[in-house]
Design a protein around this ligand. Structure first.
Ligand code: HEM
Length: 318
C-alpha cells in the first residue's frame, strides 16, 4: 500500500507531455461516428433508388432546402449529413495543422480534406451524369476509404496511441504485416461489393473476395492469439475482428437470399433496404476493426529482427 506522502508527491508531479488532447480526440471520434452514419444514409439512398430524386447539385431544385417529401427526403438527408462531415473535416485539418506536432499527422488531416472534397465532387457528378455504374461504384468505395481515414485519425489522436508502449518481440510472419494484408484484402472486397451493387461487375469476384477475407482474418487471428494471448490490448480487438467477420458473412448471405427472392418485385421491400444497409455498415465495421488490429500490433509488437533504436524513435514520434 502506498503512503499518503508518496501518493501526494506523485500526484503533484506534472503529467508527462504525450501531446494527448481530450478535445481533439473527442472531435475525431465524433467525426468517425458521423461518417459511419453517413455511410448508412448513403446506403439508404441507394436502396430506396433515391439517388436521382434531386436533379441538381450543389443546390436542390435551385434551393438550399427542397420540399421534404418522398424520395427527396433520403437524398437530401444524405447531402445534409455529408455537408456536416465535410465542414468538420475542414475544421479537423485546420486544428491538426495548428496544434499537432506530428508532421505526418498534419498531412493525414490534409489527405482527409482532399478525400472529402473528391468525394463531394464524385457525388455531384453521379447526379449530373445520371449515375454511371463505374462512377457510383467509385463513390461507394471512396466513402469507405474516407471512413477508414477518420477511424485512423481517431486512433492516432486517442489516449492509447499517445501513451508510449514498450513493444514486445513478435515472430515472422508479423501480426502487423498480416493485419495490413487483411485490411487491404477487405478494401478489395469492398470495391467488388460496391461494383456488384452498382452493376459494374458480376457477383463472383465478390464471393471469391469473401473467401479471401475469411482466410486472411482467420490467419491473422490465429497467429495473434497463439503468440500474444496474454496481451489484452491486442487480444480484444482480434476477437472483435472474428466476431464482425462472422456477422458480415451472415449479413452477406441474408441480402443475397432476399435479393433473389424479391427480384421480380417492382420496388425493394423493407427487408431488402434494411439488409443492404446492414451489410454495407458491416463491411465498414470489419474494415475499421482490421485497421484497429493492425495499429495495435504496430504499437505493441516489435517487428521480427527490429532494433531497439526503432522502438525508441517510435515512442518519441507518437
Ligand atoms: C466477407 C466480407 C464481406 C464484405 C466486407 C462485404 C462488403 C460489401 C459491400 C461494401 C457491398 C456494397 C454495398 C453497397 O455499396 O451498397 C457489398 C454488396 C453485396 N454483398 Fe457483400 N461483403 C462481404 C461478404 C459477402 C457474402 C459472403 C455475400 C453472399 C453470400 C455477399 C453478398 C453481397 C451482395 C448480394 C451485395 C449487393 C447488396 C445489394 O444489392 O444491396 N457479401 N458487400
Amino acid at each position: 500500500m502506498s503512503s499518503p506522502a508518496l501518493t501526494q508527491s506523485s500526484s503533484s508531479l506534472p503529467a508527462p507531455d504525450t501531446g494527448y488532447s481530450p478535445a481533439l480526440s473527442a472531435y475525431t471520434r465524433i467525426l468517425a461516428a458521423l461518417t459511419f452514419i453517413l455511410l448508412g444514409a448513403g446506403a439508404l439512398t441507394v436502396a430506396k433508388g433515391a439517388g436521382l430524386s434531386i436533379p441538381d447539385w450543389p443546390l436542390a431544385f435551385h434551393r438550399l432546402v427542397p420540399p421534404y417529401v418522398g424520395n427527396i427526403r433520403f437524398e437530401y438527408t444524405h447531402r445534409v449529413i455529408a455537408g456536416v462531415v465535410s465542414l468538420m473535416t475542414v475544421g479537423l485539418a485546420v486544428w491538426l495543422w495548428v496544434a499537432d506536432r506530428r508532421r505526418w499527422m498534419r498531412w493525414l488531416g490534409i489527405a482527409a480534406l482532399l478525400g472529402v472534397i473528391l468525394q463531394a465532387i464524385l457525388g455531384g457528378l453521379t447526379v449530373l451524369d445520371f449515375q454511371p455504374p463505374w462512377l457510383t461504384a467509385f463513390h461507394a468505395s471512396l466513402a469507405q476509404l474516407f471512413f477508414l481515414t477518420t477511424v485512423a485519425l481517431a486512433i492516432f489522436t486517442g489516449r492509447h496511441w499517445r501513451t508510449p508502449a514498450e513493444p514486445r518481440d513478435d515472430a515472422s510472419p508479423g501480426v502487423f504485416r498480416l493485419a495490413v494484408i487483411t485490411t487491404a484484402v477487405i478494401l478489395l472486397q469492398i470495391i467488388f461489393g460496391g461494383a456488384y451493387r452498382h452493376d459494374a461487375l458480376p457477383l463472383w469476384p465478390h464471393l471469391a473476395g469473401a473467401a479471401a477475407v475469411t482466410i486472411t482474418v482467420l490467419w491473422t487471428a490465429s497467429v495473434a492469439l497463439r503468440r500474444h494471448k496474454d496481451l489484452a490490448a491486442l487480444r480484444r480487438p482480434v476477437r472483435w475482428l472474428v466476431a464482425v467477420l462472422g456477422l458480415q458473412l451472415v449479413l452477406g448471405l441474408n441480402i443475397y437470399l432476399i435479393s433473389r427472392a424479391t427480384l421480380s418485385l417492382p420496388q425493394a421491400p423493407e427487408a431488402s433496404v434494411v439488409g443492404a444497409i446492414a451489410h454495407l455498415l458491416g463491411g465498414a465495421a470489419l474494415f475499421a476493426t482490421s485497421l484497429f488490429v493492425a495499429l495495435r500490433a504496430r504499437q505493441h509488437l516489435r517487428a521480427p529482427r527490429a532494433s531497439g533504436a526503432r522502438t525508441a524513435s517510435r515512442a518519441v514520434e507518437a
